[in-house]
Design a protein around this ligand. Structure first.
Ligand code: ARG
Length: 397
């Protein structure tokens, strides 16, 4: 009997060619695993395709719920934005896909696992570091990185081996999609000076095409977790899909940036992530209301920034991540309440917030009736606070 290898299968050309290529090159039985993280593809077709190409078995795993609960939610609590902008949609899905692949590898008694990422991106790192953390004993193969086929050679290989290739003229983009966002790369986007063409976008309208009337929405959080939208309790995956729709209608969540990849390349990236942007904006706003200044600043500067980096760098299953999660759980204890946001022509602006644990004290903040803040105390405070700078000032530059 041949040894088994489990391949993270997307149904696309690369991983389809990989099934055959792995069989030929490594003389293994390939088990294909497609993980549904909210891409809205026809997974039954994908399963059949894998089998038709020659996989000995093919699994489809619906992981939308797990993705939302165990991957997206912790990232939301960390307000995770890589380089301050990218909500990490692709980055969050890879460790989950890796986890599922490892589970199947164990079940099937496979000795090796494989993924379809290239040698130039971040995803190879995320897959492989996750594999290494979860199953250090497994051998890892990266066919696309190894085979060195040009696009033309790959299509030729597919033709010769009877692997179905997309018939319609493909868009020139490389796209990755899940619940938390859509990433678009390559083709005309490789020129960072040029505005992305309209056809790069699928989830969002252009802000100038958005409705002329703003839309107000209200999101309720419990301990940092969004639980309802406009008063309606919703399971997290549903809440996220709804916000993708609503935000998309208003052109919210388009991101166009030059990003530093882990492998040292700068790349031009375009994203659509309406729900991610809305939820992170709302969540940050509620934290501002409910966290003390020192906790808020510490979380923003040290925890959240590190969290986003670590997700981007593929360190999801590290102990560092576990420890940051523990910190965040503590910090989120009082992050409950509601945030009202205004969506209008590409913008998403918090315009109201409330919480039973609010640290906002009107009687201290007000300049009007009922002010209880004793301004006389400020005198001594300011004198001491400024003292070192007075001494510095005396010394001169
Ligand atoms: N630049 C993003 C990241 O590194 C998007 C990657 C998209 N992956 C893909 N296979 N198209 O997370």
């Amino acid at each position: 009997m041949k040894e088994k290898l489990v391949l993270a299968y997307s149904g696309g050309l690369d991983t389809s060619v990989a099934i055959k290529w792995l069989q030929e090159k490594y003389d293994v039985d390939v088990v294909a695993v497609a993980v549904d993280v909210g891409e809205e593809k026809n997974y039954e077709e994908i399963r059949e395709k894998a089998l038709r190409i020659g996989a000995v078995s093919a699994y489809v795993i619906d992981a939308k719920e797990e993705f939302a609960k165990d991957f997206v939610l912790p990232a939301l609590k960390a307000n995770a934005l890589y380089e301050g902008r990218y909500p990490l949609s692709a980055a969050l899905s890879r460790p989950l896909i890796a986890k599922k692949v490892v589970e199947i590898a164990r079940k099937e008694g496979a000795k090796a696992v494989a993924h379809g990422s290239t040698g130039k991106g971040n995803d190879q790192v995320r897959f492989e570091v996750s594999f290494m953390s979860l199953a250090p004993e497994l051998k890892i193969v990266a066919p696309v990185r190894e085979w060195n086929l040009s696009r033309e050679e790959e299509l030729e290989y597919a033709k010769v081996h009877g692997i179905p290739v997309p018939v319609r003229k493909e868009k020139p983009y490389s796209i990755d999609v899940n619940l938390w966002g859509r990433s678009i790369e390559c083709g005309p986007l490789e020129d960072p000076q040029k505005e992305p063409p309209q056809d790069a976008f699928l989830w969002t309208v252009s802000p100038q095409e958005a409705p002329d009337e703003p839309e107000y929405i209200e999101i309720e959080f419990t301990r940092g977790e969004p639980i309802s939208l406009n008063g309606e309790k919703l399971p997290l995956p549903t809440l996220i899909s709804r916000l993708n729709e609503i935000g998309g209608r208003h052109g919210v969540g388009r991101i166009d940036m030059v990003e530093n990849r882990l492998v040292g390349i700068k790349s031009r990236e375009v994203y659509e992530a309406p729900a991610a942007i809305i939820l992170i904006t709302a969540h940050k706003d509620l934290e501002a209301l409910t966290l003390s200044r020192e906790l808020l600043h510490f979380k923003q500067n040290y925890i959240d920034t590190k969290y986003a980096e670590l997700v981007y760098y593929g360190l999801w299953f590290s102990q560092l991540k576990e420890c940051l999660d523990a910190f965040i759980e503590g910090a989120e204890k009082f992050v409950s309440g509601e945030v009202r946001l205004k969506l209008f022509k590409g913008s998403c602006i918090p315009v109201g917030r409330s919480s039973p644990y609010s640290l906002y004290e009107l009687s201290l903040a007000t300049y009007g009736e009922g002010d209880v803040f004793d301004q006389r105390l400020a005198e001594g405070f300011v004198r001491l606070w400024g003292l070192p700078y007075k001494i510095e000032g005396r010394r001169g530059k």
